[in-house]
Design a protein. Sequence first.
Length: 157
Amino acid sequence: MSMEIRQASNQDTADIRTVIFSILAEYGLMAEHEGVDADLADIEGNYMARGGSFDVVVDAENKIVGTVGLYPLDQQTCELRKMYLIPACRGKGIGKKLLDRALDKARLQGFLRIVLETSSKLVEAIAMYERYGFTRAEDFPTCLRCDQAYELTLVSS
């Protein structure tokens, strides 16, 4: 299975939304088009222009099969957002590659802390975050579909 991770652009918006919203539906979670998912309307403006990033995983047919964003909250902290993989791509180490790349980018961009919000329904994702050293955070979540929050202090590698 040939996969490539590349930076997203606004031209990818429709495909990104399709992937994310189908995975939310798979887990019985609601999309928040006017809320936390409004950032998808302008990926370049809401991520890259703010000093963050948004990457997609594409398969051999150049179809988007996964996503991950780094959304700056302040000079020191960014939020890991929209980390999703379609079912056929799970359990193959792709999520690990996506998370490794996101953490490397966060360090390169000078962030000292990364936070994320998630749902307890996303058991596999939470297990991966915990393996990476993420710990439960108290100051979140703000997203309606999320009931857990995690944080990780980034140490230069």
